[in-house]
Design a protein around this ligand. Sequence first.
Ligand code: TEU
Length: 542
Amino acid sequence: VKPLDWWEHCVLYQIYPRSFKDSDGDGIGDLQGIISELEHFVNAGVDAIWMSPIFESPMVDFGYDISNFYEIHYEYGTMEDFEELLEKAHELGLKVLLDFVPNHASNESEYFIKSEARDPFYEDFFVWADPLPNPDNSSVRRPPSNWVSQFGGSAWEWSEIRQQYYLHQFAIQQADFNFRNPAVQEEMFNIMKFWLDKGADGFRLDALPYMIEADPADHNGTYPDDPLSGIIHFEPHQLGYTIPLYTKDLIELYDIVYEWREYIDNYNKKNGNDTRVLFSEGYANVTMTMLYYGNEEGAIGAHFPFNFDFITDLSAGSNARDFVYIILRWLTYMPHGGVPNWVFGNHDNNRMPTRFRHDMVDGLNSINMLLPGVAVTYQGEEIGMRDGYVSWEDTVDVEACNRGDPDTYHLYSRDPARTPYHWDDSNMAGFTTGNRTWLPVADDYKEINLAKQMKDARSHFKNYQALTTLRKEKTLSHGEYDIRALSDRTFYLVRYLRTHDTYVLLFNVSEGPDTIDLGRVPHLTLTATVMVSSIHSARLAG
Ligand code: TEU
């Protein structure tokens, strides 16, 4: 069996730094908080952590609006704290990945301020355009195209200073970089190099589908309107009004990713130590997603693109056949030799037990850990944390504030998945020593918290630990797989490897019991033992 590189079968854990652990009582998580809990990852069996952005930011989009790509945000700590975090994590054998946000910068960044002022070097750093001529000669200013922002409203914002529009596919305060400018590309390499030299083990690459937009040079010097979607009940400029043909998934963006991979590979060659990696983020159809791995001409891209199929294509309403289809789809379309990965939640989506059912936590963590490839955990999944309730008054997510009102904000808000981590049943769930938190602590923290689950004989956390331990078996890292539905309710996942033990996962995704014919499960014999089970009543019979 071929030896695997560290990232090919790792357990990768996403930290949302603002909500993980607060060390100084201001109600906001920070780097010293993370440092103080590094043992948690070792106990849980996690191999690598990636942190949502920790860089200097006005926090309009909680760190995804970066004002200085080379500095640590003051609420999170200092550069020394970051260096300490890296050193201590590495001592414990943990890899540390950063969030790299190439699509946009804060409108408070030096890049943007200089670009707005037409500083020659920075002038074309962002996507600037004149208003469209106004046919009725009225004073109404017309944006360059009908493009809409992911967070609602036009994707174009007028700059009084520059007397032009700039593009922002997310918040107004997140100006889209102009990737057709080689100087921007150059700066991206500078930023990557800076953090790699510090010792970061790689990057999660943010929002890649939006990196490149249609080139006016191909459209008579104008920005072409996106086609209307035909969904007429949407107001203009609301999400869903247009099909993002000219703003998302453009073919040219992949070449940028392939260049980054080349850069990282060269960096790895020169530095000779452990492999630094790129994991790309983007919601797209399966064809566009697989192109992040590489293309048929042999270009190589991200080490893997995050697989969001469990988030976008499965829910509490999915049956066993749906699960099998969605799992096999990734494994089938993935380029030969690719490393698969499985994601059940993140800071942008409702938490896994809320989106599925509360009683599915152990089953979903099992499928995550027993499938081939990388298991990704969003902070809290190891203890089955559910969405927290966040009132309209407490809502801070820019997407919810822009697009929602007191009646509709919950449809958009990402806050419920971002409430503070439940360490124990003490005040504020042990997240902070202070008396307020940036988002309210979910009120179920006395029932669902890490300290309790470490004590209880059976718990989500104990199950999680058993799985991360089991995962180290050769069959699970190197073995073949076989997945099939046995009924509408139950499917099996078998992992086998010649001369090694076979592992069988039986997963009933329904709310009710199921009786299945174990004779139909390949490799399963009556001498099998139950290693991990989310229920007491599972029986091998007959
Ligand atoms: O999200 C990128 C993304 O693809 C969006 O569709 C996002 O999932 C959606 O707006 C959620 O409602 C990334 C980050 O994960 C997200 O937190 C940031 O807000 C966004 O990029 C902009 O940087």
